[in-house]
Design a protein around this ligand. Structure first.
Ligand code: SAH
Ligand code: SF4
Ligand code: F3S
Length: 436
């Protein structure tokens, strides 16, 4: 690598889950404290951070094509840092396969970017995929300006080891950030303009502090922060859904009536092979308890079709579960074998054509469920947190308490909480009429 002048401008591109979005924001804040400014739209950045995701095959392949596309017409390239879960999983391989990459930095080590950039300017390539649990949070700069809806990572890593999943390997063991640090960061986010905070974790409901207080305690304290009107959390694991957290949905008005609780499949044999450690029945019992605590709660989930060995009849069980739960919105994926995970070596991998067909049928069922949920909201009155301008003059877009996109026309501003009545419902959004 040839020495290069220190970068003046940066661009951070985040892929994958919301935790990566959060990390991307924190990297951007860190670069800003180094005197590097964000590149303007259309401007070539001196430094590009690709904050990558490893969850499915296409996600990782995309990184290499993105690296290739960063080469400019004159043959030069920006300084490139690969961060995120592909960096963690394939650090050395990236260094070998992509000579234009100067820095590889894992999700627990990105606070070291400034030193790595200095080394890169001297022409030295560096890799850091160490996993000290809390260090980065202790040294990252405080949060600055944020939008009305902000993310706050409270928990990282996963000990569940579902047989298809790379997260326990890329993000390491489950750790919870300390109570006081989180309250402090939430306070700063509220001061910086956040009206809503979404607490994030690969298993967010596994969050505990040293005195064994659970997520509901954190939610209770955050709910008292001035200016903070809404709290959400994602992603939860069925096995960590405690009675205390369920009751918080009944007792804490700032906790929004929305729960993302992935089930993955609707058949017990498949769930066992996935090492999910819940059954269809135990999942449905949780849903019943949540609905008893908060009858209007919107439910969401993740599904995988074509897990190795899944038969047609077992897949039909997933459709039955979708029917029984009545989800408000969901994500669904074709199974993707990940190197190093137990499922990748299982016999009976399901052919792609079968997975395609199953995904189509599942998505049709999920779309119908989502439309039904939206239609059932017609006539309801609710608040909308205004997030951005709509296409038309005077039109605004925001989210309902149930995380539906709502557009309406009014004299409003980003960050306002306005009262609307929901008057029209489509599959992906609703229209609201201002009240009063
Ligand atoms: N911790 C969360 C989410 C993890 S990743 C949970 O346990 O639910 C987000 C989603 O990606 C998962 O819920 C799962 O549906 C999907 N996913 C994970 N690994 C996958 C794989 N190998 N192939 C297809 N989908 C996968
Ligand atoms: Fe992956 Fe399972 Fe952990 Fe979720 S709970 S991150 S799917 S191993
Ligand atoms: Fe992807 Fe890593 Fe998130 S693999 S989904 S970016 S935890």
């Amino acid at each position: 690598m040839r020495p290069t002048p220190p970068p003046q401008t940066y661009r951070v591109k985040s892929f994958g889950c919301q935790m990566n979005v959060y990390d991307g924001e924190r990297m951007a804040e860190l670069l800003a404290t180094q005197g590097i400014r964000p590149a303007a739209d259309g401007e070539d950045a001196d430094l590009v951070v690709l904050n990558t995701c490893h969850i499915r095959e296409k996600a990782a392949e995309k990184v290499y094509s993105d690296i290739g596309r960063l080469r400019r017409e004159d043959g030069s390239a920006p300084l490139i840092a690969v961060a995120g879960c592909v960096a963690q999983a394939e650090g050395e391989e990236i260094m070998a396969r992509a000579p234009s990459v100067s820095m590889v930095v894992g999700p627990q080590a990105y606070h070291r970017l400034p030193e790595m950039i200095e080394q890169a300017a001297l022409g030295q390539r560096s890799v850091d995929t160490d996993m000290p649990a809390q260090t980065k949070f202790d040294v990252l700069p405080a949060r600055r300006k944020v939008g009305p809806s902000a993310f706050l990572t409270v928990q990282e890593g996963c000990d569940k080891f579902c047989t298809y999943c790379v997260v326990p390997y890329t993000r390491g063991a489950e750790i919870s950030r300390p109570f006081n640090d989180l309250v402090e960061e939430a306070r700063r986010l509220a001061e910086a303009g956040a009206r809503e905070i979404t607490l994030l974790g690969q298993n967010v409901n596994a969050w505990r502090d040293d005195s064994n207080r659970g997520l509901e305690k954190l939610v209770e304290v955050l709910a008292a922060i001035p200016g903070l009107a809404r709290i959400r959390y994602t992603t939860s694991h069925p096995n960590d859904m405690t009675e205390g957290l369920i009751e918080a949905h009944r007792d804490i008005p700032q906790l929004m009536p929305f729960l993302h609780l992935p089930v993955q499949a609707g058949n017990d044999r498949v769930l066992k092979a996935m090492n999910r450690s819940h059954t269809v029945d135990s999942y449905l019992r949780i849903i019943d308890r949540v609905r008893a605590a908060r009858p209007d709660i919107a439910l969401s989930g993740d599904f995988i079709v074509g897990f190795p060995g899944e038969t047609d009849a077992e897949f039909e069980d997933t459709l039955k579960l979708v029917d029984r739960v009545g989800y408000a919105q969901c994500f669904s994926f074709k199974y993707s074998p990940r190197p190093g995970t137990p499922a990748a070596d299982m016999a009976d991998q399901v052919p792609m054509a079968v997975m395609d067909e199953r995904l189509q049928r599942l998505q049709a069922a999920l779309n119908a469920s989502q439309l039904a949920f939206n239609q059932a909201s017609l006539g309801k009155r609710c608040t909308v947190l205004v997030e951005r301008k709509g296409k038309h003059d005077g039109q605004w877009l925001g989210k309902s308490p149930w995380l539906q996109s709502v557009h309406f026309t009014a004299d409003a501003a980003i960050g306002d909480l306005v009262e609307v009545e929901l008057v029209e419902a489509g599959p992906n959004s609703l229209s609201g009429r201002l009240i009063g």
